[in-house]
Design a protein around this ligand. Structure first.
Ligand code: ADP
Ligand code: LRH
Length: 474
């Protein structure tokens, strides 16, 4: 039958992928098939005490993926999503100025104290509605070199930088803008109050545009390099979390999502930002979602802990998680403890030191350490769900877990057990799917209320019931 194809580029902190999505069938029975054409590792590059993203290598990998896609036939459009908060600076001629720092760069250590001296914490929250993390763009800018800022013409958040390279258009897509701590979620514009108080370079910020903005065709150069012609560049929900949530296969109203990857993002889709003192006290974040939704979330540590352990172990994830499932739960860490944020293959030792300091028997084997990390992440997730129920006044029955971490059966089961809610796991590639669906919507192939139905028809979910309930049903 008839079909239309789109390319999604999903850049996560640990890996990137380029996928081709095909939307097939007639409304309201459309389905989406995805084929991952290219995967590549991603991560920080340490240089002279700083930590950077290798954006030129990422760009080469993107071009390679696009070329593979061109070999499959016509492609209507392409869109890029990435992790939040990071940015590049370009000069008047559009040239990239220096490197793109990784949010785990240590230059922002302690920056919050300086920031709160310029604008009190509660005010920063009232204006932006997001969790006050030192990695947020506004605070990174407080640590920028003044000469670099003076030479800059535009600040481009990472997905916007790639959209600029693809299309020649410099914009700031709203979902990624909302991770910056410079964006007001009510006016949906940059926050003049925050920019003024922190003395940030407002002149560098491109106009915010909605998720699903057509940026025009690929540049002639990119067309030539990739053999793609007639392909539009469309800014999807350019923040990976927002793309992932757009593809959660939920029905009804009583659900929460967990986007599980390098980070654990636990949240609810709500119609308006929640900026109450209770939300601030709970350190909840209101980021922009696709289709004008707000994502009310707790942003926290995720499988970063395991990724860093694995630098030392070099074990297969599936094997490791299977072994961990054979180990009894024991010691617990606080995943948010500051010692876990920085990169390093000494992560197992950091976990052990935490346990010793808190009078717990440290886990020894990779399986034991993995069990400790999984249990600690499950507990943090269950706690976040309770906080979200309290702050929103909503009773939740179902938790949709998407992303790489949704493949970890033990983690899914423990979240079900500890929260007492039904967990639905999958799709693993929700971010890619959300990216593709917003492009399809932008080009008129789908209505906004049809996106989740396409995911439900196209993907399977795995169900995990809480243990206590299972026992009650037996
Ligand atoms: P990000 O987008 O933040 O880079 P992903 O959503 O790709 O992260 O998730 C990566 C994580 O998924 C890995 O760190 C790992 O813990 C988990 N994972 C990857 N592959 C598997 C697998 N085969 N089985 C279980 N877990 C896996
Ligand atoms: C997860 C994520 C998260 C934060 C972080 C910097 O990939 O996008 O939502 O913004 O990266």
């Amino acid at each position: 039958g008839e079909s239309v194809s789109f390319i999604a580029v999903d850049l996560g902190a640990s890996s990137g992928r380029v996928a081709l999505g095909r939307l097939e069938g007639q409304p309201p029975q459309q389905r989406l098939s995805i084929e991952i054409l290219h995967r590549f590792p991603n991560g920080g590059v340490p240089v002279r005490g700083g930590l950077y993203w290798d954006v030129l290598n990422i760009w080469r990998e993107i071009l390679h993926g696009l070329k593979l896609a061109a070999g499959r036939g016509e492609v209507a459009s392409v869109g890029v999503n990435t992790w939040g908060v990071d940015y590049g600076l370009v000069d008047k001629r559009g040239e990239l100025l220096g490197g793109v720092r990784h949010y785990r760069d240590s230059r922002t250590d302690g920056v919050l104290t300086r920031a709160f001296g310029l604008m009190p914490r509660a005010d920063l929250y009232a204006h932006t509605g997001i969790q006050l993390l030192p990695i947020n763009t506004a605070f990174q800018l407080l640590c920028e070199s003044p000469t670099r800022l003076e030479s800059a013409h535009k600040l481009l958040m990472t997905p916007d930088l790639f959209h600029f390279w693809l299309s020649g258009k410099a914009v700031c897509e709203r979902t990624i803008a909302s991770t910056s701590q410079m964006y007001d979620p009510r006016s949906r514009e940059w926050s003049k109050s925050v920019l003024d108080a922190l003395n940030l370079p407002a002149n560098l910020l491109p106009e915010p545009v909605p998720a699903g903005t057509d940026l025009g065709p690929l540049t002639p150069e990119v067309s030539r390099l990739t053999n793609l012609s007639g392909t539009q560049v469309i800014a999807p929900a350019a923040h990976d979390t927002a793309s992932a949530v757009a593809a959660v296969p939920a029905e009804g109203q009583d659900w929460a999502f967990v986007s599980s990857g390098t980070w654990t993002l636990v949240g609810l889709e709500v119609p308006e930002p929640v900026l109450t003192p209770a939300a601030l006290a709970a350190e909840l974040t209101n980021e922009a979602g696709a289709n004008d939704q707000t994502l009310l979330m707790k942003n926290g540590m995720g499988l970063w802990l395991l990724q860093q352990c694995d630098l030392a172990w070099k074990l297969d994830y599936a094997d490791l998680y299977a072994q961990a499932a054979q180990v009894e739960a024991g010691p617990l860490i606080d995943p948010e403890d500051a010692r876990f944020a920085a990169p390093g293959a000494d992560m197992p030792q950091r976990v052990q030191a935490y346990c010793l300091e808190t009078q717990q028997t440290p886990p020894q084997t990779p399986a034991e350490i993995t069990r400790c990390i999984v249990e600690s992440l499950a507990q943090a997730t269950a706690k976040a769900l309770t906080v979200l129920e309290e702050v929103s006044g909503k009773h939740l029955n179902t938790v949709h877990i998407v992303g790489g971490g949704s493949q970890i059966a033990l983690l899914n089961q423990r979240i079900a057990d500890l929260s007492g809610k039904t967990v639905m796991a999958g799709p693993v590639e929700a971010t890619l799917i959300g990216n593709l669906l917003i492009q399809a919507q932008t080009l008129g192939y789908l209505r906004r209320d049809e996106l989740r139905g396409v995911v439900r028809r196209s993907e399977t979910v795995q169900i995990f019931e809480p243990a206590a309930l299972e026992a009650a049903h037996a």
